[in-house]
Every structure is written in C-alpha cells, then in structure tokens.
Design a protein around this ligand. Structure first.
Ligand SMILES: [Zn+2]
Ligand SMILES: [Zn+2]
Length: 141
C-alpha cells in the first residue's frame, strides 16, 4: 500500500536505535533511505530499488555489532504494527491531506506536527516520518 521510512531497531549490543536505515553496500550509492511496506512486511532501498522481506534483513550497527532480524523480532513487529496503523489512519485522511497540500508546505508541516503530537508514545515518534513517506507516495501516483 504505502512505503514509509524504515527505522533502525535497537541494537542488542549498544541499545541504540535510529529513526532511519540505509542500504549497506548499496550498488546505487545508498543516498536514499530504506523504506518498509507494513502490509507486505517488505523492505526496499529507494536508491537501487531492490526489495526483500523484513525477516531476512541483516542489520549492521555503527558500534560494529551485526544482527539478524530474528534477534530483534519484537522490535520489528512493533515497527510494522505502528507503520501499518499510521498509514491506515492517513489513508482515511487522504482528502484532508490533499487539501492541506494545496494550501502549501508550511500548513502541511503544521498539520503533520499536530497529527504526530495527538498520538501517544511510539506512535507519535513514528508519525512524522510516516506522514512524510506517505506524502512522497502520493506524489508518485
Ligand atoms: Zn550497536
Ligand atoms: Zn540500495
């Protein structure tokens, strides 16, 4: 349905996490961020356009620790759950979004900010990025 930015899950060694991930050794340079389709549980690289299942993702942390998707299964399920819930909510508001966009970038950002703040906890943290991802998606269609 919609591709949204794929956050880097908490590293089992250093416990850090990031709001986005990049494709390691990307043949296209990996300038653009990794994205996730929560419905298909698929990850894709926006640079080289390759795609793979979330479950077969291998993570390389900045601390040097390398880990498999199975080691962070719970975190990945939470990412998928939140991303899926948010895209659903945003698709329901697609008409509002279209109108706000016509009104300009500033009012859109204000709306996205308010939207993110109305959501609690992890939902709120992901919301802004999901809004951005969905917006790009709408631009492409
Ligand atoms: Zn680490
Ligand atoms: Zn790539």
């Amino acid at each position: 349905m919609a591709w949204v930015e794929f956050p880097f899950p908490e590293c089992p060694a250093c416990f850090r996490s990031w709001s986005s991930s990049r494709h390691r050794d990307c043949p296209a340079g990996g300038e653009r961020l990794l994205e996730i389709d929560p419905d298909a549980a698929e990850v894709r690289c926006a640079s080289c356009r390759s795609a793979w299942g979330v479950g077969s993702t291998r993570f390389f942390c900045a601390c040097g620790r390398r880990f498999e998707a199975t080691e962070v299964d719970a975190a990945l399920r939470e990412i998928i759950r939140v991303a899926s819930l948010l895209t659903e909510m945003l698709v329901e508001r697609a008409r509002d979004l279209a109108e706000i966009r016509r009104a300009g970038e500033v009012s859109f950002l204000a709306w996205a900010d308010g939207f993110a703040r109305r959501l609690a906890g992890s939902l709120g943290a992901l919301a802004g990025r999901v809004v951005g991802g969905l917006l790009r998606e709408l631009d492409e269609t």
